[in-house]
Design a protein around this ligand. Structure first.
Ligand code: GP9
Ligand code: MN
Length: 638
């Protein structure tokens, strides 16, 4: 027994392989439903693959250093991926490393996502420290006793064995990855193949996507899109975009008006109309709803690029590929966009956000979208609202000045505001917390969230007042929408939130439902129950503004929600690919359609027989693939 202990102690090969395996299983327990003998074998072979490659290196010192590096990388990666999963609900891929530079700016968010469980990833360090202490103590004792025996040379796997093991592990990995290639559900795929193989499969897919020719050439995409709609969901055929509808309702009703789009940070739809202890959370938006188009059934569709993906979608009506933030991956493209459509009509276009423009590569995204100007951090006075700096009130103060200048030039304008004061973890200055919350809500994340959203709403009121003061209100369309959920799943048990707020809070339906409110001067208020997504914002607004385009100019992947007779919107990243919302259900696939789960949007209950929605599932997979092929083939911009 003591020989075995000594062997293990003197053999980084065994120690590191076992520790990496243990951490891979810890990851499975926190992220997936647990482990199984099959998963254990997969993870063991993945761990062995790297250890055996290290064993092939003849130099002992180099091997030792590499084992240390391997241990460190595996520990940090799995730990990071655990925390990442808690926010995004998806398995991090190597592409998230591109965004590491953003960590300092969101450190308070990251801190709040870490739980004591993560200490387990470093439990081995404690064991090492104890073991090392015992070793030193023994060494001294043995020296005193002058009986210190020679420790054996470190264990080394024979070359032949290491080579055989590397080959077996490699072949096994390739087979595992290939066998799961058809599983579009990323979570299932990662669970099936294990964390390391999953990275390899994502890398392989990215590599082959670059080499392979697209299934549909750019020029054939509009026709393919139409065919897809006709074949799968005939009701779409007449309402796919403003340009194909015969006589769309409201077409051009707001022609020539100014456009303001406010993207509200982390604002979920359930806050609209909600009162807590007799106080309205969003009195300004509630007031607006009564004489606006209000779409209560719209869902987030962002991918890896979060806020910036929402900006991308509202301006392009193209799905994020989710493999990378769209701003990072596609800012070199000549993107068809709302700023470009409006620019061509003589509009001044601008976008405003109080963070540094390099965050999410917005410095590249904005020119690609065709905004003529952007206003970022240096343009705002830092009133130290949160870790990003300026508050929403400051954002609108500056924005109103810029709008004044733009309209003084006698041209219509399009201004997009990207608010920031209600960013996770929602801790806003005390003097800005105006709600008096019940004891069981105050101080919790839910309480902080309500305070932050209440502030966001109040600041919005100042923008609206400013527009009225400048005489612009009756000549401006105001579009409000949320970029994504706010309440973190880990901190907010749906049953608990439901009880505290007196609503039926569903972990996916309510969490991913964002508000969409369009105030169009002269139009009466209307509640539009059609299901929608962020890709639908552009076609809906374009219809009101009377914009049209030719197919080689623009191919939107959303629909005009004021004219669509049915809708199916896809979601990925925060839910596995193949997930969709239609007018009746939320569907989340398993390894395919049959083992998926469906929930009624109305009752939030599980639906047992969802077979009639198979067409929607097949449609959305094709539709999103087509959107990806479209954006990938767009020419580079000058
Ligand atoms: C900062 C903002 C961050 O500019 O985009 O928001 P996030 O993407 O983390 O929601
Ligand atoms: Mn955001």
């Amino acid at each position: 027994m003591s020989e075995l202990a000594r062997l293990i102690r003197k053999s980084p090969f065994f120690i590191v392989t076992l520790l990496v395996l243990a951490k891979a299983e810890l990851f499975r327990f926190t992220v997936f439903s647990g482990t199984s003998p099959r998963s254990l074998i997969i993870d063991l072979l993945s761990a062995l693959l790297i250890s055996c490659i290290i064993e092939l290196i003849p130099h002992r010192r180099v091997r030792q250093v590499l084992y240390g590096v391997y241990w460190l990388i595996a520990t940090l990666t799995l730990l990071g991926a655990t925390v990442y999963f808690r926010y995004f609900g998806s398995v991090a891929t190597y592409t998230t490393l591109f965004e590491l530079n953003q960590l300092p700016a969101v450190k308070s968010s990251v801190k709040s996502l870490i739980t004591p469980l993560e200490a387990l990833y470093f439990a081995d360090l404690v064991l090492f420290a104890i073991g090392w202490g015992i070793h030193l103590w023994k060494k001294r004792r043995d020296q005193w006793m002058l009986a210190y025996e020679q420790v054996p040379a470190p264990f080394k796997l024979p070359y032949s064995v290491a080579t055989v093991l590397v080959s077996i592990a490699l072949i096994f990995s390739v087979f595992t990855v290939r066998a799961s290639a058809d599983t579009t559900n990323e979570l299932k795929r990662a669970e099936l193949v294990g964390f390391t193989n999953y990275q390899a499969s994502v890398l392989w897919n990215a590599f082959s996507a670059k080499r392979e020719k697209p299934d549909v050439a750019l020029k054939d995409i509009p026709a393919t899109k139409e065919k897809l709609e006709e074949q799968v969901v005939p009701a779409f055929a007449s309402s796919s975009s403003t340009s194909t509808v015969e006589n769309p309702a409201y077409f051009g009703s707001e022609k020539g008006k100014n456009l303001i789009m406010v993207q509200l940070e982390a604002t979920q739809n359930f806050v609209i109309g909600l009162s807590v202890a007799g106080q309205e959370i969003t009195p300004v938006m509630n007031g607006l709803v009564s004489d606006s188009f209000y779409f209560p059934q719209v869902f987030q569709q962002i991918g890896q690029g979060n806020t910036s993906d929402a900006e991308f979608m509202s301006n392009t009506s193209i799905y994020p590929t989710a493999a990378v933030a769209m701003s990072k991956g596609y800012s070199d493209k000549d993107l068809p966009s709302l700023p470009k459509l409006l620019g061509a009509q003589g509009y001044t276009t601008m976008t405003l956000h109080p963070n540094d423009v390099t965050f999410w590569d917005r410095d590249k995204l904005y020119p690609a979208l065709g905004f003529s100007t952007y206003y970022d951090k240096p343009f705002f006075t830092n009133d130290h609202f949160n870790s990003f700096g300026a508050s929403d009130e400051e954002l609108y103060r500056v924005g109103l000045e810029k709008i004044k200048e733009a309209s003084a030039a006698g041209k219509p304008f399009y201004a997009q505001f990207v608010s920031l004061s209600s960013h996770h973890p929602f801790e806003i200055p005390e003097d800005k917390q105006e709600l008096t919350l019940p004891e069981d809500i105050a101080g919790t994340q839910l309480g902080n969230y309500l305070q932050a959203v209440h502030y966001t709403d109040k600041a919005l009121g100042k923008l609206i007042q400013g527009l009225k003061d400048q005489g612009l209100w009756d000549n401006t369309i105001l579009v409000l929408y949320g970029d994504h959920f706010g309440l973190q799943a880990k901190d907010n048990d749906p049953a608990d939130v439901s009880k505290k707020l007196g609503i039926d809070y569903h972990s996916q339906i309510t969490r991913f439902s964002i508000p969409l409110i369009i105030h169009a001067p002269g139009q009466e208020g209307k509640r539009v129950e059609r299901t929608g997504g962020q890709v639908d914002i552009l076609p809906t607004v374009a219809n009101l503004l009377g914009l049209s385009w030719s197919e080689d100019e623009f191919v939107p992947f959303g629909r005009d929600l004021l004219n669509a007779e049915r809708n199916v919107v896809g979601m990925r990243y925060y839910l596995p690919t193949g997930s969709f919302y239609n007018d009746e259900i939320l569907f989340i696939p398993g390894t395919g359609f049959e083992d998926g789960t469906a929930y009624s949007l109305k009752t939030h209950e599980k639906i047992e027989d969802f077979s009639k929605y198979k067409g929607d599932y097949e449609y959305i997979l094709e539709w999103m693939k087509l959107s990806d092929e479209y954006v990938k083939q767009l020419p580079k911009h000058k």
